[in-house]
Design a protein around this ligand. Structure first.
Ligand code: ZN
Length: 396
């Protein structure tokens, strides 16, 4: 089967499903709305032969898991998609689904309803044409990725632990390259306790927590090191009680980004070692790693080399990219599971009012996903047949 040609012929079906997904608005914080989408996604999955399990969640939308267990033994490929978006219900009234040329606009369309549409349609169409590989394929659709996957991380990790490869369908880069490195994030709050006093009558009796915070903030900001991919920023500050009271407390939130765990460890040790500048001030630090880094380590390079072979055979771009922000790929990569990210649609305007996908990218992205599902060779899998290189197909 010529994958690119096949998915070009079926692109209208992908677009139709994508529009249906976008019309079901699903902001992370609105469980009811997300569950409406979840029920729809589960129906779509059952219709293409998946065994579907819904994992209930009280505070966010229920998670949907699908499995096509195939007939061949071996480790499954796990597809990860998130159903939640950053757009509140009602956004569609301002930002309707509409198409201009090759651009299809809508809230959450790129991040990442296009990824969901691709996953469902690629598997569904392959199955319909008896091309679905015999290996097990699993897919997990979570509901709080935009808020750090607090309610889904455990399940993601539990399922991913069995997988031989994890594919994350976050949006593609501008050049349709694959994401092989994502920075990790840590967040720490620094709490500073001083002592209040009237700032006119007896300021010398006070200990100014805001002044202390100012010293500490500049110290922390000095750790910023863009040359090694480290970014340190203080983006939230609170403190004080009134204009004429020496500020008794202050706190600030530090956002730390890093490309390796070693760098994370170094920064975290530094933040825990902060010492007050003024005598008598009490300083406490609370926080932790929000998402571990997805490192471009030896395993990632190895995983990428197989990706590059498959992309090259399709005549698609063979390149990789680093991304500053995190996704669920950070969790699975940090577990040591081979992981590729950014396999979703190409477009622009993530979390912005011009959010759109380039509909002509969808067949290329579908062909790539299909090729990975069909032709991936798991490492060290006994009995894995050697895959004949598929013929070179028409380029993009
Ligand atoms: Zn996303």
């Amino acid at each position: 089967m010529k994958l690119l040609k096949f998915f070009r012929e079926h692109n209208d079906e992908i677009i139709t499903l994508l529009e249906e997904l976008v019309r079901r608005e699903s902001p992370t914080g609105d469980k009811r709305a997300v569950d409406v989408l979840g029920v729809f996604v589960a129906e779509q999955l059952r219709a293409i032969g998946a065994e579907v399990i819904t994992y209930p969640r009280a505070e966010v939308g229920d998670l949907v898991y699908a499995a096509w267990n195939g007939t061949a033994p071996g480790k499954p490929i796990l597809i990860l998609c998130h159903m939640d978006t950053v757009w509140p219900v009602g956004t569609l009234a301002q930002m309707p689904v509409w198409r201009q040329g090759v651009r299809l606009y809508g809230p959450g369309i790129l991040d990442m309803k296009a990824g969901i549409a691709l996953a469902i349609k690629v598997i569904g169409l392959l199955r319909e044409h008896n091309e679905l590989p015999r290996r097990p394929i699993w897919a997990l659709f979570n509901t709080d990725e935009e808020r750090g996957s607090v309610h889904s991380r455990e399940l993601i990790e539990k399922i991913a632990a069995h997988a031989g490869l994890v594919l994350v369908l976050e949006p593609a880069t501008e050049g349709e390259t694959v994401k092989t490195s994502r920075r990790g994030t840590a967040r720490y709050t620094v709490y500073i306790e001083g002592r209040p006093a009237h700032s006119g009558d007896d300021p010398e009796k006070g200990l100014n927590a805001i002044h202390e915070a100012a010293h500490q903030i500049l110290r922390v900001a000095g750790w910023d090191a863009p040359e090694r991919g480290t970014s340190v920023a203080v983006n939230l500050v609170k403190g004080g009680t009134a204009a004429n009271i020496i500020a008794p407390h202050a706190e600030f939130l530090v956002d730390l980004r890093f490309t390796t765990q070693a760098e994370a460890d170094r920064l975290i040790a530094q933040i825990h070692a902060l010492e007050p500048v003024q005598d008598g001030i009490r300083l406490a630090v609370k926080g932790g790693i929000w998402r571990p880094p997805m490192e471009r380590n030896a395993q990632m390079i190895h995983t990428y080399s197989q990706y590059a072979k498959l992309a090259g055979q399709l005549g698609l771009p063979v390149a990789e990219a680093l991304t500053g922000s995190g996704s669920d790929a950070n969790f699975t990569a940090a577990m040591g599971i081979p992981t590729l990210d950014g396999l979703g649609a190409r477009g622009d305007g993530m979390h912005a009012e011009n959010e759109h996908v380039i509909v002509t990218s969808l067949p290329r992205r579908a062909a790539l996903l299909a090729s990975i599902l069909r032709d991936w060779q798991m490492d060290g899998e006994p009995g894995a047949e050697s895959v004949e290189a598929p013929p070179l197909e028409e380029g993009s």
